[in-house]
Design a protein around this ligand. Sequence first.
Ligand code: GAL
Length: 626
Amino acid sequence: MAAMRVWIWWYFALGALLQNHTSVAVTVSYDQRALKLDGNRRMLVSGSIHYPRSTPTMWPGLIAKAKKGGLDVIQTYVFWSGHEPTQGVYNFAGRYDLPKFLRLVHEAGMYVNLRIGPYVCAEWNFGGFPGWLRFLPGIEFRTDNESFKNETQRFVNYLVEMLKSENLFAWQDGPIILAQIENEYGSIDAVYGEAGQKYLNWIANMAVATNISVPWIMCNQPDAPPSVIDTCNGFYCDGFRPNSEGKPALWTENWTGWLCRFQSWGEGAPTRPVQDIAFAVARFFQKGGSFMHYYMYHGGTNFERSAMEGVTTNYDYDAPIDEYGDVRQPKWGHLKDLHAALKLCELCLVGVDTVPSEISLGPYQEAHVYNSSTGACAAFLASWGTDDSTVLFQGQSYDLPAWSVSILPDCKSVVFNTAKVGVQSMTMTMQSAIPVTNWVSYREPLEPWGSTFSTNELVEQIATTKDTTDYLWYTTNVEVAESDAPNGLAQATLVMSYLRDAAHIFVNKVYAGTKSAHGSEASQSISLRPGINSVKVLSMTTGLQGTGPFLEKEKAGIQFGIRVEGLPSGAIIMQRNTWTYQVGLQGENNRLFESNGSLSAVWSTSTDVSNQMSLSWFKRGTALLP
Ligand code: GAL
């Protein structure tokens, strides 16, 4: 107990020292063991909070909870699409007020790892690229393409100069200690061959030339050039070594709840047990890691149209802080205890130049002992087996649960074991504060409400909407022979050869059904009458693709072919019909979802969703009644 008190004293003394430390300019460097702040090696714990995924009023609370949870660093991507929605027109207001967010982190006495991208992935619409980028003549993304490189360099330079002018880098007494360029380019660069290699070197050199005087990193980029530190992303990164001797082992994404699938519409939230996260973190530091980052620490919300294709507006991520900004227990608390235990070892961990060799404690069990030159000693005992066991370490026996790490900041007493959760669990139940009544509705017109255009082909949706909306109406007529509908009605199937992402189908102004498909065929049963039938398809994107190569070539909507099948006289091929197109919805155009916009509509108290009322806007509150 006395030993624990001494350690706690050290922990607070170190904390106080570091807190003061951030109030003056800091130089950042590194060696093979760790990042160095003002020449001192540091073991740093970091977590992602993406500023546009919460509101500015939430930021101070989120940052305070991260600090209380034992984090030293906040990491965020920079979201180009939000900062330059129109080419050359910059936006740093509201949820995109990056300087304000960074200043708040600094005021909390924390550091920042800024991942500038400009490609970020992040389950963000178009991976963070602005929609207009795709329409620049001859552009190809993330390869040796002049147009792409010019725009990338222009945005990075603009951003860096702005951050410098706001004194946000560590040497300026700001919080930024680390910056990232690109994101996991290593997972696609092979597709681009030699041009990919040229681009990789170009973007690394371009970043370094901005002279930000903090180290640059590239994640999952084993062939990052010497001027940039390659870092690890993954569920486990223990044993990771960067590509050259003088670089430290940094872990930029420890996924707190992703589990290789995102939260998609109609599916439950993926989760990851905190015991496993804690095990992965402790193993990383045990085996020589020096900077560990939770992706995400607060997931938040994909506001407006910022979610990538198929991903929900909820980006909670099962992170230690939930979507609403409340701590998630026991996740937040168990990791807080872990960080406190790790900090007790920090001086020993940074005190060695070379990571000590493992000492076998039995099958699937090992220890690492860190002896500092001051005579202090910290040890980690790990089991990655499936059975609980008792191990002998330096003449003493220790219980070691399966798949766990015990942390001994004095090489004697276990202050933390990753599998033993001492924090109470908490289950959140949501209740509506206001009774869900008084709904009013507004019917979206099925007839054109604004400008339309017609052509004898199927247009590609993204090129047509310019990603200003998720909606595009495809409208045409289909003529059915009397003989195909002997009883006055023919049952048939509307087949779309390629649909992305979903469509509401209306025949003769009556709702027929909704289909979703990811660039594959989709079919809908329909009823047709003899003579002319109107067929209207409201095609919808659910965000643009955010991962993979060739993003600029992505297609959406109805493509390649559309036909009616199942009539006695054979199929009716429709792709060469005259198609009339309308971009967007009227309610969206009039911004019915905002208080001012909603005043522009005459709302009805009828909320009957049957039949023709199916395409309607709903709003709660009598205040909106005419
Ligand atoms: C990584 C990527 C992140 C995020 C994460 C999954 O591969 O770098 O931006 O997409 O996967 O949440």
